[in-house]
Design a protein around this ligand. Sequence first.
Ligand SMILES: C[S@@+](CC[C@H](N)C(=O)[O-])C[C@H]1O[C@@H](n2cnc3c(N)ncnc32)[C@H](O)[C@@H]1O
Length: 308
Amino acid sequence: MKNNIPHIPVLLNETIDLFKNNMNDKGYFIDCTLGFGGHSEAILKKFPDIKLIGIDQDKEALEFAKQRLSKYAKRVEFINKRASEALEEISGLKISGILADIGVSSYQLDNKERGFTFDAESLDMRMNKNQKFSAEDVVNFYDKNQLEEIFKKYAEERRYKKIADIIIRNRPIKSNKELTDILSKAGMKDNKNLARIFQAIRIEVNNELKELENLLNNAEKIAKNGTIIGIITFHSLEDRIVKNRFRDWAKKCICPKEAIRCECGGNNEKGAILTKKPITASKEEIKTNPRSRSAKLRGFKFTKVENG
Ligand SMILES: C[S@@+](CC[C@H](N)C(=O)[O-])C[C@H]1O[C@@H](n2cnc3c(N)ncnc32)[C@H](O)[C@@H]1O
């Protein structure tokens, strides 16, 4: 934890760079994953004309960010909801930028009480504590097929059947700590493997991939011509969703694959991709913040949207 701030923003300069040509127009910047306000603080400081809406489903993070951004209070609104839901409520605003730095914060990951760590005394992993569904439900109540599915899909784990079986045989499991012990005894001692299993449970608990799809759907609905959207992801499943969506938005021709010639007019693009390849962290950043190692930033600029 640096200067009592529990999360270091990743790809900060690169994120500012992505938006910088669009930020002098007295518009709104929407930070869909406010977290501890690192990106938002930099945006507010650098672009004095911008107003900001900060969204986070985690009340604790939002309260922290409120304090941190208090000197910009007149320019900031806060929403404590899932980003996809919050975006549904936003209409009629001139939106300069939309950012989502998705996944969990270092605070959520490292704080034992939040139930994400290997040694946590609970089975929780909820980003939003108002949500009822938690890791307890997945680990103790999912059937074999459901468990196999999440370990196969979200952990890309080849021993998915074995892991599901071990969990079912050892129920009830009361904590992450117990789950870690059980998996270690079954031969999964490597932290990297364990992390992937935990990641799969976390993705399921927070419905992270579906939420990302919904966030992109709703971002498209509120985007204006000129709006830039930037998404930072931390694993390949998320990055693939963003890459494919930006590709779809950039498609000029939307005729079915089997069409012999183009009949759609060939001008259906909603804008253009700003990052041919995802932007990744520099060696220096990885050295100071190892969690930036897997971060990928992609950007898209809307120029032809219906409500633009
Ligand atoms: C990686 S952190 C963001 C850190 C932030 N950019 C900063 O610089 O402090 C992700 C934050 O987004 C929140 N979050 C993740 N997915 C969300 C979603 N779909 N809706 C709302 N909040 C979300 C988490 O609760 C967490 O606080």
